[in-house]
Design a protein around this ligand. Sequence first.
Ligand SMILES: C[S@@+](CC[C@H](N)C(=O)[O-])C[C@H]1O[C@@H](n2cnc3c(N)ncnc32)[C@H](O)[C@@H]1O
Length: 288
Amino acid sequence: MSADPSLISVTAKVAAYYRQFTDIPFAREAAERIGADAAFEQILSEHGLDRDQLTFYAPMFEARYKSLTQLLLAGAPQVLELASGYSLRGLDLTCSGAIHYVETDLPNVVAEKLRLLEDLRQQHELPQSPRHRIAPADALSLDQIRAAAASLDTGQPLTVLCEGLIMYLSKQETERLAVNILELLRRFSGGRWLTPDFTFRAEAKDLPPARVRLREAITGVTQRQIDASSFEDGQDLEAFLARSGFRVEVRSQVDETPSFSSLDALALPPATIDRLRPALRVWVMTPA
Ligand SMILES: C[S@@+](CC[C@H](N)C(=O)[O-])C[C@H]1O[C@@H](n2cnc3c(N)ncnc32)[C@H](O)[C@@H]1O
């Protein structure tokens, strides 16, 4: 049996913590309101980690978020985001424009997210958009993600997105996720699945020590072995996706990211991006 998935929720606060060092809309206020600093501090102090040695995570979270947003802006009439945590892309993209956005997470996160959205709408005097919905849904339950997507138009293409989820899943759960997404996409008139989440075993061997220690800390907190879902390499992943019924295209997160604001905010050298570039990918999958 896998550990309680709600233990993974604290990682959503870590992502929100790092996004506050960027110019991503609402990121700073969100981090403040959900107590991201305190949640991250608890992980650091319990595991003897040094915050200053981990600043390079900020451009990683920035690239991950911004590259996905760019891919959506390039053409996605409707989006289902799985495991959206405290990310505010749904709010941002439905403030203007025509995109329909449904975001989901586990019930405990959705309850806190609804309060956060309410606060931000009040603060920024934003009306509730009928094009933005938030619903609890376990990404591993086809019934629940289908119910979450029920308000979307099956006559239009759908983009399903998950960011920062697959690294906490087992191999079996990753297979279940792929089956669910394919099944859902088949009900729509075209569509795709976007994720930056796949990892390769060979690359995990070369991680800097500070990163290894944070991953160990996160494994302790979530009781999930990070990257249990890892693939051997790109070929292994492609074979898995082909078996699951997807064609795949790989893009560079760095190339899709219009600007890196966290470098200046944290006085990081531009070379940080070159060092991170090879591992920062985003996969675009369409039903075969
Ligand atoms: C690292 S956070 C990422 C959150 C957000 N996508 C971001 O980038 O900030 C992982 C998220 O996955 C959610 N999660 C874990 N297991 C899940 C499941 N089975 N179904 C839906 N969400 C899940 C957690 O609650 C958490 O919000």
